[in-house]
Write a protein of this length. Structure first.
Length: 565
């Protein structure tokens, strides 16, 4: 019975991690005010909670608490701790803890969930085969997203009213899709060149061409920079491997298609006769080569605000998710002379500028420590390992993503695949017996005498670890771990359910407003406030609606008692 449960839990966790790659790219629901990121985070949180519960239950069944030790453990915990302190010192603790309405990232809640997912995943995956399946799931999901986005670009929309936009894609904003594609493309290119199986090479080549076309159509310059960095790492790694004729042919095919796509996209005479002629979108959306993306703040203005914020709140910044506050207070006067003078930006031009502004010097240092450790880990695997070839695709993608943090902003749809990539890189290192990724078991030493565990010179340690991953049978730590997971999961699930109910009712209120049904709008807004009263936009909307209704009714001479109320 116990063995069956252990095997079942491992298999189910593996399935959940595969599902994570699909959820982060393709999952969305038109049931909340924000269709994409909020629903992705809700599903991701549910997957993480279920995975943690299975892991904790298995430790109790095995009577052993163990996990996989990786070089990234401490840097991730440092970031979580820094985000927690920045949340406590925030201008708005609620937003810093759970994020702004409909957007969980960046927030302490989202970062803690991502960290929990990382530890859960690295401690439950074991084999190269699992890594391959998860990696191909991510590649397949990204390719499907690219196909949907490309079809929408040319006017072939999904059969939903909300999808009738040329910029539509399952990630929500086209720039997010470009960031994801810049992460995945080095992987597919490497597979097309280095895979031993010819069918795998062919499929990788097809996926590369599809994603490249979508990537070039979007034309997001910061993602070009991230992809260029990833391809440089890939090129350096390929210098160690002599490409066979099939790989050379695949590389030539990729280059030809990319040059063709770039010519079609950026040479006006060619673009007019090809891409623009192929667009069959409605007349009101036109056939412009560019599609609506995320409005971005000027890079120099972002750094100007970051330096001012450091001067005012140097240690932990204004708090996670509070960039809009910093922008309102610190935006330079030059913005008033631009077309964006009335825009209240809630994100700067890059992740690092946001980290510096909202988490201060300590947050920036925590991120730099994390980035340096990741790069050192990648360097070690690529240049000091005898099996560097198997790490190359993921290593190139990871380095490219870190570069993107300095030129663009991330979302959960890009952060989750990045951490999945870190997990897979660590599991590959563990599967190939690299000595800096290994399983350990932690136990509480048995007390042989009264207070023998107290550090007063006795030889017994309170905590013991075994790097082999096999320790003495102890129910203390497994039980404590299960209790902590149950408590944290209950708290997280309780809040997210309330938040989801609030977002659902708020969306229903918006639909009622479009139908000019004031009473239903007010009723739904009241339900949203009842479900999640800490969201200020619910209160503002209810105030505006009721004020408008009162002004309208006041113009009537004969009012019933109910209308007067």
């Amino acid at each position: 019975m116990k063995d069956n449960f252990v095997a079942f839990s491992r298999n189910l966790i593996f399935f959940l991690i595969c599902a994570t790659t699909v959820v982060s790219t393709l999952f969305f629901l038109p049931t909340t005010s924000e269709f994409f990121e909020f629903n992705k985070f809700t599903a991701f949180l549910g997957i993480t909670i279920l995975g943690l519960l299975l892991w904790a239950a298995r430790t109790v069944a095995e009577k052993r608490f163990g996990f996989t030790r990786t070089p990234l453990d401490i840097p991730i915990l440092i970031i979580v701790a820094t985000f927690f302190v920045a949340t406590l010192s925030s201008l708005d603790q609620f937003i810093s803890f759970v994020g702004t309405q409909g957007r969980a990232w960046p927030s302490f809640f989202a970062m803690a969930t991502v960290a929990a997912f990382y530890f859960m995943a690295t401690s439950n995956l074991k084999s190269k085969k699992q890594v391959e399946v998860i990696l191909w799931t991510l590649i397949g999901a990204t390719t499907i997203a690219a196909v949907i986005a490309t079809a929408a670009y040319f006017g072939a929309f999904l059969p939903f009213d909300f999808a009738s936009l040329r910029s539509f894609n399952p990630l929500g904003v086209v720039t997010r899709l470009a960031q994801l594609e810049s992460f995945v493309l080095p992987i597919t290119i490497a597979q097309a060149l280095l895979a031993k199986n010819k069918n795998v090479r062919l499929v990788s080549l097809i996926f590369t061409i599809i994603a490249s076309f979508s990537f070039i159509l979007i034309g997001f310059i910061p993602s070009y920079i991230a992809l260029a960095v990833g391809l440089i790492v890939l090129g350096v790694g390929l210098m160690k491997n002599k490409l066979d004729k099939t790989a050379q042919g695949a590389l030539a095919t990729i280059v030809v298609f990319i040059v063709l796509f770039l010519t079609m996209r950026y040479v006006p005479q060619v673009a007019k006769g090809t891409i623009q002629a192929w667009i069959k979108a409605p007349q009101d959306q036109g056939n412009s080569l560019n599609v609506i993306g995320e409005l971005r703040l000027n890079n120099s203005v972002s750094w100007d605000i970051a330096t001012q914020a450091i001067g005012k709140r140097p240690l932990f910044g204004t708090g996670l998710g509070t960039y809009a506050y910093a922008y309102t207070q610190l935006k330079p006067r030059v913005m008033n002379s631009t077309d964006q003078w009335s825009v209240r930006f809630d994100k700067p031009s890059s992740d690092f500028a946001e980290i510096l502004t909202t988490t201060g010097i300590f947050g920036a240092l925590a991120y730099l420590i994390f980035a340096i450790v990741v790069l050192r880990f990648v360097w070690t695997l690529l240049f000091k390992s005898s099996q560097s070839g198997i790490y190359l695709p993921l290593a190139a993608a990871i380095v490219g993503f870190i570069a993107s943090n300095f030129v663009s902003t991330s979302s959960l749809a890009t952060v989750i695949p990045f951490f999945v990539g870190l997990v897979l890189l660590a599991i590959l290192a563990k599967a190939t017996d690299e000595n800096y990724v290994y399983d350990i078991t932690v136990e509480i030493a048995t007390m042989k005498g009264k207070f023998s565990w107290f550090p007063i010179g006795t030889s017994n340690d309170l905590l013991k670890t075994n790097a082999e991953g096999k320790g003495a049978k102890s129910q203390v730590l497994p039980g404590l771990f299960l209790i902590v997971v149950l408590a944290a999961s209950a708290f997280a699930a309780r809040y997210q359910i309330a938040a989801y109910r609030g977002e659902y009712y708020f969306h229903q209120a918006a639909l009622a407003t479009r139908s000019n049904n004031g009473s239903r709008t007010i009723a739904f807004l009241q339900q949203a406030i009842s479900a999640n009263p800490r969201v200020d936009s619910y209160h503002r909307n209810l105030s505006d609606i009721t004020r408008t209704a009162a002004i309208t009714l006041s113009q009537n001479k004969d009012l019933t008692d109910n209308q007067k109320n």
